[in-house]
Design a protein around this ligand. Sequence first.
Ligand code: OFO
Length: 165
Amino acid sequence: MLNKKMYAALNKHMNIELYSAYLYLSMSSHANSIGLKGTANWFMVQYQEEMVHFMKFYNYINSQGASIGLSAMSAPPGQYKSLLDMFEQTLKHEQFITRCINDLTDLALKEKDHASHIFLQWFVTEQIEEEENDRDLIGKLRLIGDNGHGLLMLDGEMAARIFVP
Ligand code: OFO
């Protein structure tokens, strides 16, 4: 059973995971609207992954006998200056998520909630990959700069990403 503090923190973060899904869904559509279909695919896969993250929290809270509370969702930005801007915003968001996961893990230890502490380990590991992916793409985009050919090549690479549930 989750204590009050742990429940509130996990439930709040569950809603943040849903916001992550919203954010990447919006980025996917923006990429599509500027003709970058591969990038649109990359963000669509990212959206699907975020829904998995959301459902992990949803199922965990339910498995502890509590019912989840969905909160109102703020709208993500719909316009971006460039592809680099999108990925810089993505990395910034993922760094925020990493801080949230670290805070949740600290709380689980403080509350001696071993089940939640184990549950959160998956996310601690996942965040390493989340940030790494974004940093890799930002590095490539900085090298590419304004080179249209390079941008299209990278877009083609991003078309190959597939969702692995
Ligand atoms: Fe992008 O890792 Fe969840 O939010």
